[in-house]
Design a protein around this ligand. Sequence first.
Ligand SMILES: *Cc1c(COP(=O)(O)O)cnc(C)c1O
Length: 345
Amino acid sequence: MNDFDPKLLLDTPPFPAERVAGLADRLARLIGASGDVLLVQAEAVVALEAVAASLGRPGVKAVNIVTSPYGAWFGRWLRRAGASVVEIRAEAARPVSARAVEAALDAHPDANLLAVVHAESASGIRNPLEAIQLLARERGVLTIVDAVASLGGHDFSADALRADVVVVGPQKALAGPAGFSAVAVSKRAWAEIDRPDAPQTSTLSLVDQKRLWLDIGRGALPGTPSPLELWALAAALDRVEAEGMERLIDRHGEAAAAARDGLEALGLAPWARAEDASNLVTAFAVPEGIDALHLLETLRAADPDFSFGVGPGAERLIRLNHTGRRADPAVVHAMISVLAAALRR
Ligand SMILES: *Cc1c(COP(=O)(O)O)cnc(C)c1O
């Protein structure tokens, strides 16, 4: 950070148009998607909103799983687009159960869409994605998976899961820039998206992305793509590929295990069970009798990567961030030492 010179970011050369499609192909490999991958020049939450705006319409009935604010927003965007939404709310800050998903799908046999977040950075939990995909597939329900916080932190393959629409961003486990995100779209999903009444001439239109980029040979992106972001994305992908996805995922698993062990050694129970924990952050509930805000302020003075959880039920959780470059047992051990010192006081 000390030798970072922001002036280097000025006057960057344009990103070669003929290399843009390569970025999408490389992301497709990481996602395990053989279908199309679109690049959205925006943070991942905008790509999620675009998916909801492009798939939601009157006549669509969606089962929307809510385990964090992201899922809650997704339901709102679907409704805004005219879809009817059946919400499954797990216990606050806990993963949904496959049984609850099965019950909802059985109660709504006319549902044709299901949306779920794989791993949650908000609370450090992970939903049972494989079981959920299986339930949806058996019923022919199109699935949308928010894999923003799981890609690079957990095994993930869109094809193996038969996930129809997958949203990812490079800024979490892949340790890349936040200004581009990607949406993998299956053939089946295109049939639902590419319709005469689909939104067009809109930042949130996936059909625009198809017409203005995919269908005309995937050259330069429409609009004014930021060379800074494209260069940064290319560099992030270089680094991920050099390390290897498998090693990257292992590193996140090792960091998460170190965090769990460290918390337990301090007498603090990790919030998520090991079998449904996210490998990107590990959270614990602040014990009764301890001023949570004061504890967090003390921790953050030493390391700003401690934070409160986000969303209902997660506010009393403190999270240890071990995402991306921080997915390293040494980083986690240092955090545990900071925590031990703060608790002694
Ligand atoms: C981080 C995250 C997002 C959104 O990413 P932004 O960078 O805030 O746009 C979406 N879903 C999940 C599960 C995330 O962890």
